[in-house]
Design a protein around this ligand. Structure first.
Ligand code: PBG
Length: 323
């Protein structure tokens, strides 16, 4: 044998020398859930270690993350049922929880990168990402609401707008609204290939945002499809997206790789709530080694081609020095 691949695995020093993929704090984006109130911190039961924070607590959480070198945050609001309506009007009300949170974080920590979620579902009495009429999710009518929401986020100080709704044409629509209002520097991280996945369950628990009827299959992608992701990628690129995102991550590593090979834009991946819950549940049962399983998951997502990873593990991997 002239070639013995094991020679490059024989010591820790050599293994590290030939390691192809790394995960660093700079690659991580931490999703944070927000609720109304003072000094509130309520754990999401299906996501051990993940909390809904009132704004004062959110600021403390952001501060402790910044100290760890974790600088990018994706915010999501838990909206009281009484504030929801068919048109998600609460989403762009000047004093709504979400906009206050963005303003406060950017005021206290201008160095933090604030990513905001544009979608109707947390504010919709139907629990859908678009306007519902006779059981149908309207596309073009929804764009106007998404545009208002994105503009409100930009005015509040958002660095990156992340539309997660999967309406056709929304990236271009939002790009135009932002540009027309003097926000040409605000970026768009598009949920390009967002699948109608079973792995969003715990997130919907966290926000109480599950659809009131039906499912999201007329707008989110069929988990069986890969080529369709290229259509979405071409459109988002042409419409002005700055990042293309794949969601979920773990069951879709092939899609991350596919987009990576077909775009020059950075590719992001969302390691979603159900993926987090699955790992934590197995750890709690004593069935997996937490540190090894967590770092393997994040490394795999990077290896597949993701530049940035949105993950609920972001803080713990830095806190525990697992990277
Ligand atoms: C809503 C949205 C969802 C997630 C992010 N934005 C849920 C959904 O589409 O129903 C899921 C994130 C996660 O599961 O961690 N537009």
């Amino acid at each position: 044998m002239l070639q013995r691949p094991r020679r490059n695995r024989k010591s820790e020093v050599i293994r590290q020398m030939v390691q192809e993929t790394h995960v660093t704090a700079a690659n991580l984006i931490f999703p944070l859930f927000i609720i109304e109130g003072n000094n509130q911190k309520s754990e999401v039961s299906s996501m051990p270690g993940i909390y809904r924070h009132s704004i004062d607590n959110l600021l403390r959480e952001v501060e402790s993350c910044l100290k760890l070198g974790l600088k990018s945050f994706d915010l999501f609001p838990n909206v009281a049922e009484v504030l929801k309506d068919k048109f998600a009007t609460e989403s762009y009300r000047e004093e709504t929880l979400y906009l206050r949170a963005i303003r406060e974080v950017k005021k206290e920590f201008p160095e933090a990168c604030v990513i905001t979620d544009v979608a109707m579902d947390p504010y919709s009495s139907d629990g859908h990402d678009g306007i519902v009429e006779n059981g149908v999710i309207l596309n073009d009518e929804t764009l106007a609401i998404l545009g208002k929401m994105a503009l409100a986020h930009a005015q509040a100080g958002a660095d990156i707008i992340a539309p997660s709704d999967m309406m056709d044409g929304r990236v271009g629509y939002i790009r135009n609204v932002l540009d027309d209002n003097g926000f040409s520097d605000v970026s768009i991280m598009s949920y390009t290939a967002k699948y109608a996945s079973a792995f969003y369950g715990p997130f919907r628990d966290a926000l109480n945002s599950a659809p009131k009827f039906g499912d999201k299959k007329t707008y989110q992608m069929n988990p069986a499809n890969q080529r369709e992701a290229l259509i979405e990628a071409d459109l988002d690129e042409a419409e002005g997206a700055d990042f293309l995102m794949v969601k979920p991550a773990l069951a879709y590593l092939d899609v991350i790789k596919l987009l990576k090979d077909n775009t020059e834009l950075p590719v992001a991946a969302y390691n979603v709530s159900g993926e987090y819950a699955m790992l934590k549940a197995a750890v709690q049962k004593g069935w997996l080694n937490e540190q090894r399983a967590t770092t393997e998951v994040l490394t795999s997502i990077r290896r597949a081609g993701a530049t940035a990873i949105l993950t609920y593990h972001a803080k713990e991997v830095l806190e525990n020095k697992w990277l």
